[in-house]
Design a protein around this ligand. Structure first.
Ligand code: AHR
Ligand code: AHR
Ligand code: AHR
Length: 481
């Protein structure tokens, strides 16, 4: 059985079932998600390998070979057509044209389920999905349940990495107009024990960890690599539950009355569905989503416990974040451009500016050092890399506002994440293409001989689709210095 078969047996059927990794019904063999590739802007659907099975990641890899891919649709498996698509502007604009949010890159969250490769949805700041015309979702004070499998190590404090029920207008229409799972370490509203991250409920104008609108010590900091997060709500009763998606059972962090603040009892749920954003399209948050559902009716703890057992049996595990020839930690490398007309240029720096410069074996030592980088284990993820300057030890390549800079490591979580990169086989067939860990749609790119993390055809000048694959492909050699 799949999670939705279990909810159905419990009398609280799924009315939305989203996953890019697997079928959530034992009989489901339809499309799980759609990807769009940068080379020709065509799309394809990715389905399970067999009914009830794991996604056919190989089909994505074939379709996306030597180009970039975005996740354009996360299909609803419930049959109600509650698909998630690129979220529109609301109270806040997204970064794309016309105020839409970004779409997730298709390779940001590789995993295995029972040994078979699949991809999750890696939500960078700016990314969001929604369905503002969902059918069968709870409205007003109607009962509902939700679970999601998330990456408990990928979060931030911005508003709001959510999955669940939100406003149909993508604007803040008042207390109680949302009921969604939140995950992160935002402390603007509520918080739990320790320093986070926490599973909380986004009920609009508040992230709730229990009865009080502020701190509830019963809601623990929780950061399992694979995290099961649950929020459910009915008439003057709601709960937060969570656990390790890879083993063991669920714990209940709160179960009881609605918050003791006005506007949340009764609730005024509106029934839209969001992923990765707040109810008003606040889109500064980050997180990773693998699977999740919304139900009709308030699921019993026993039903959810069976769903947790099903998730554990799916055996989520990590896998390689890189492809192409391996880099050696501790070695010095130089990176040569492959774009025709620029192939004598190497990735270098002038102070904090990162650029390409013509370097040869007879260049001055100063220039050779400026074009040499020590490979380090990724500061934010040991499956990827960071690049330390040879002539300025302690300074690393990092991006800021999508411009690549050389900055001293200040040891903040933000710096570590901005300085972590996951190399892939070169998109033009040469060398490596080096994608940003925290923005998987963005790659080291030279543009007018300056370095950016660029997306293929995005809104910035340096995102131009022309020459993209060549500009992001680099020949790796032993460092000049
Ligand atoms: O409730 C927290 C956030 O407040 C909501 O997600 C958003 O709509 C509002 O800004
Ligand atoms: O480069 C994109 C983002 O810009 C970085 O993650 C952040 O440090 C800055 O706001
Ligand atoms: O960086 C040099 C060139 O500048 C790139 O190849 C091109 O995309 C841009 O015009």
């Amino acid at each position: 059985a799949g999670p939705c078969d279990i909810y159905s047996s419990g009398g609280t059927p799924c009315i939305a079932a989203h996953s890019t990794t697997r079928a959530l019904y034992s009989s489901y063999s339809g499309a799980l998600y759609q990807v769009k590739r940068g080379s020709d802007n065509t799309t394809t659907n990715i389905s399970p390998l067999s009914a009830g099975g794991v996604a056919n990641a190989a089909a994505q890899d074939t379709f996306c070979a030597r180009t970039t891919c975005l996740i354009t649709i996360i299909y609803d498996q419930s049959g109600r057509g509650n698909h998630l698509k690129q979220a529109p502007p609301g109270g806040f604009n997204g970064p794309e044209s016309n105020g839409y949010d970004n779409l997730a890159g298709a390779i940001g969250a590789p995993v295995t389920l029972n040994g078979q490769k699949a991809y999750g949805v890696f939500v960078s700041p700016g990314t969001g999905y929604s369905n503002n015309a969902a059918s069968g979702t709870a409205v007003n004070d109607e009962p509902e349940g939700m679970y999601a499998v998330l990456d408990g190590t990928h979060y931030n404090g911005a508003c709001c990495f959510d999955y669940g029920n939100a406003e149909v207008s993508s604007t803040d229409t008042g207390n109680g107009h949302m009921e969604a799972i939140y995950f992160g370490d935002n402390t603007v509203w509520g918080s739990g024990a320790g320093s986070g991250p926490w599973v909380m409920a986004d009920l609009e104008n508040g992230l709730f960890s229990g009865l009080s609108a502020s701190n509830n010590a019963g809601d623990p900091s929780i950061s399992y690599r694979f995290l099961t997060a649950i929020v459910k709500g009915t008439s003057n009763l709601w709960a937060i539950r969570g656990g390790n998606s890879a083993s063991g059972s669920l714990s209940t962090y709160y179960s009881g009355a609605r918050p003791n603040v006005s506007g949340y009892n009764p609730m005024s749920k509106e029934g839209a569905i969001i992923l990765g954003i707040g109810g008003d399209n606040s889109n500064g948050a980050q997180g990773t989503f693998y699977e999740g559902v919304m139900t009709s009716g308030y699921p019993s703890d026993a039903t959810e416990n069976s769903v947790q057992a099903n998730i554990v049996a799916a055996k989520y595990a990590t896998t390689s974040l890189t492809s192409g020839s391996a880099l050696t930690v501790g070695s010095s490398i130089s990176l040569r451009a492959t774009t025709s007309g620029y192939t004598t240029r190497y990735l270098a720096h002038t102070g904090t500016t990162v650029n390409t410069q013509v370097v040869t074996s007879s260049s001055a030592t100063t220039l050779k050092q400026q074009a040499s980088w020590t490979v380090r284990t990724g500061l934010a993820n040991s499956g990827c890399y960071s690049f330390e300057s040879v002539d300025t030890p302690g300074s690393y390549l990092r991006h800021n506002n999508f411009v690549l800079l050389l900055n001293a490591n200040d040891s903040t979580k933000q710096f570590n994440e901005d300085a972590t990169f996951c190399p892939q086989s070169g998109l033009n067939g040469q060398g490596l293409s080096i994608r940003s860990w925290n923005y998987p749609t963005r790659w080291f790119r030279h543009y007018t001989n300056l370095l950016y993390i660029a997306s293929n055809g995005g809104v910035h000048t340096f995102d131009a689709a022309t020459s993209f694959n060549d500009d992001v492909s680099w020949i790796v050699s032993t460092g000049f210095a």
